[in-house]
Design a protein around this ligand. Structure first.
Ligand code: F6R
Length: 600
């Protein structure tokens, strides 16, 4: 989703801003822009399309040491040059970039800006015009900025340049992420530390409804009431090499390949000195104090939650529900007496999940966040955090975060079950080693999945995935992966549901991919494959060693069937990847999608 960068220092800023925006490209965007300021004033360059398109309109002869930049994922107004950020006030004195959504922008326009001629369709332009109006009414820039912020309802991360204020970037945030980065003789701002790792790894986090006055030598954090706030900086623990593609053609393929290493890393991270898997006592106490767990997540993380529910119920015997975050606030179920909320989020910034977190905190309920990003909003605002240790996930299509989420949920469930004195069904450390090796076998056999993608999916417009029991959870993720990167309409169904309607869609050549990794439903899912084949479907069965039958398209190595989702998802990730490649799709940056979905 939208990204912000800013720089104030002694070096020329254009390349720093553009490189920063390139690091944010993975989040998804449809236009981009920068504004740079020197003694001659502010120059704005913006363009629809990619950063490469922006580069083609930047005047590289303009030298400037202060600048802000933005990648926009359209919400209010179509993707266009006019709607791209930065936006300027009518006199061009103020220039501003903004992430988030201003919910009361129409009302603000009506009440304050009726006589102002707006040039864009964005909610953002309202903010910059409001600041100019308050300055015209006699306020200093800082006071006008604070006054405008107090008027805003919704989410924002903002950076503002004032043409008449030599050496300052004004910054503010509410609900949208924003960091200030510290350097020697310069400071930066970034909506994601990754953007500015090129120049610094030392950052200061901002809290909601704070503003910051950033100069090249200082940063001053203030509340909107004007009180100064002291805050320590932290080191961003991201290795710059982790966010490079290396020799891989796409981040998605690199991240699929990283999964065996991620599985091993997670086990190490959660092993105590005795080599046993362990979870911090206060987190475990919170889990075991709950009479019911509510898992809240979106998209792929929601699908990981479906598997996690099985673990928490089967291993720790805690009743668990899984909810799509965007529906929860409207359709809040009748809550139990002692609920615990588990938020699963790769980015830790997903606005839909955060809205639920805010809601349940107001109700006084405890929350645990599983996230890949230490210090992210969902982590900071929950009572407990479990990290995924998957390393930065750059490709929009989530792969290693999904398997990491399931692995951490398995560890959590085992620790909770053991703490309650339940006997474990297997040695999780040992089984996770088997899982890591099994995934490695699959990622070493990519040609097989490229061939399956070619045979089954290269020309189709739609595809079905079917599974039962644990496999049903995985086929939902498999379908999401295929549709988001290859644009093939794909759905994941419970095998038993087919005959209740969906089988009507099966016609000659319809691709149906079945997963068969669960012994107790093997015969039934095989029956479903026969049913669709009899109606002309082009079937592909991916089974697990020990359950295979003649004619299966692929047999994955044997792992404990509760952990099978960690392995069986990998062929579906690779099939989706190759199907997208065969169709010339932009694998890492699928259309209309954003990596970090920071608007509701
Ligand atoms: C799909 C995908 C999305 C995310 C969803 C939640 O590949 O990545 O469905 O899983 O937007 O994002 P997080 O996990 O960051 O909350």
């Amino acid at each position: 989703m939208c990204g912000i960068v800013g720089y104030i220092g002694s070096n020329d800023t254009k390349e720093i801003l553009l490189k920063g925006l390139e690091k944010l490209e993975y989040r998804g965007y449809d236009s981009a822009g920068i504004a740079v300021k020197n003694d001659d004033g502010v120059s704005v360059f913006k363009e629809k399309g990619r950063i490469a398109d922006l580069r083609s309109v930047v005047d590289f002869s303009v030298n400037a040491n202060i600048g802000i930049g933005h990648t926009r994922w359209a919400t209010h107004g179509e993707p266009s040059q006019v709607n791209a950020h930065p936006h300027q006030s009518t006199t061009s004195r103020f220039t501003l970039v903004h992430n988030g959504v201003i919910e009361n922008y129409a009302q603000l326009k009506r009440e304050h800006l009726a006589d102002v001629n707006l040039v864009s369709e964005t909610d953002t332009e309202i903010i910059v015009q409001l600041i100019e109006k308050f300055v015209k009414e006699g306020l200093e820039t800082e006071a006008a900025f604070a006054k405008a912020l107090k008027e805003l309802k919704g989410s924002y991360a903002i950076a503002l340049l004032d043409n008449q204020n030599e050496d300052t970037i004004f910054v503010a945030k509410n609900k949208s992420p924003l960091l200030v980065g510290l350097g020697d003789d310069f400071n930066v701002i970034a909506s994601d530390a990754m953007a500015m790792l090129q120049v610094t790894d030392e950052y200061v986090e901002l809290m909601d409804k704070e503003m910051v006055i950033v100069t090249k030598d200082s940063i001053t954090i203030k509340t909107l009431a004007g009180e100064t706030v002291a805050r320590d900086s932290f080191k961003a623990e991201i290795d710059a090499s982790d966010i490079e593609k290396g020799t891989y053609p796409h981040y998605m393929l690199k991240e699929i390949d990283e999964q065996p290493a991620v599985m091993r890393k997670i086990v190490q991270a959660y092993q105590n000195e005795e080599g046993e898997l362990s979870i911090a006592k206060d987190t475990l106490d919170a889990v075991n104090a709950a009479d019911r767990i509510y898992i809240i997540a979106c998209g792929t993380s929601y699908h990981a939650g479906l598997v996690g529910k099985e673990y928490l119920e089967k291993t720790a015997k805690i009743p668990t529900e899984v909810h799509v975050a965007s529906e929860f606030v409207y359709n809040t179920p009748l809550l139990s007496e002692k609920p615990l909320f588990i938020f699963i989020s790769q980015s830790g910034e997903t606005a839909d999940s955060r809205a639920v977190l805010v809601h349940i905190k107001e109700l006084g309920h405890p929350a645990l966040t599983l996230t890949n990003v230490a210090g992210s909003t969902l982590s900071r605002e929950a009572n407990h955090t479990l990290l995924l240790h998957a390393g930065p996930e750059i490709a929009v299509a989530s792969t290693k975060a999904y398997t990491a989420q399931i692995a951490v949920l398995a560890i959590l469930a085992e620790a909770a079950g053991k703490a309650k004195g339940f006997e474990m069904k297997f040695d999780l450390v040992q089984e996770m080693g088997i899982v890591a090796n099994a995934i490695q076998t699959l990622t070493d056999d990519k040609e097989a999945f490229e061939q399956i993608a070619r045979d089954f999916l290269s020309t189709t417009r739609n595809a079905f995935f079917i599974g039962r029991s644990m496999d049903y959870h995985v086929v939902q993720e498999a379908a999401l992966k295929l549709k988001e990167i290859s644009y093939i309409q794909a759905e994941g169904f419970a095998g038993g549901e087919l005959k209740h309607g969906t089988i009507a869609l099966i016609e000659d050549g319809t691709p149906v991919v079945a997963l068969a990794t669960q012994e107790n439903v093997n015969l039934s899912i095989r029956g479903n494959v026969k049913e669709v084949a009899a109606r002309g479907a082009n079937t592909c069965t991916i089974s697990m060693k020990g359950l295979e039958e003649e004619g299966d398209s692929y047999v994955i190595p044997h792992v404990h069937e509760l952990l099978a989702p960690l392995v069986s998802v990998v062929p579906t990730q690779l099939i989706a990847y190759y199907a997208a490649l065969h169709r010339d799709c932009d694998v890492d940056k699928p259309r209309n999608l954003a990596k970090s979905v920071t608007v509701e």
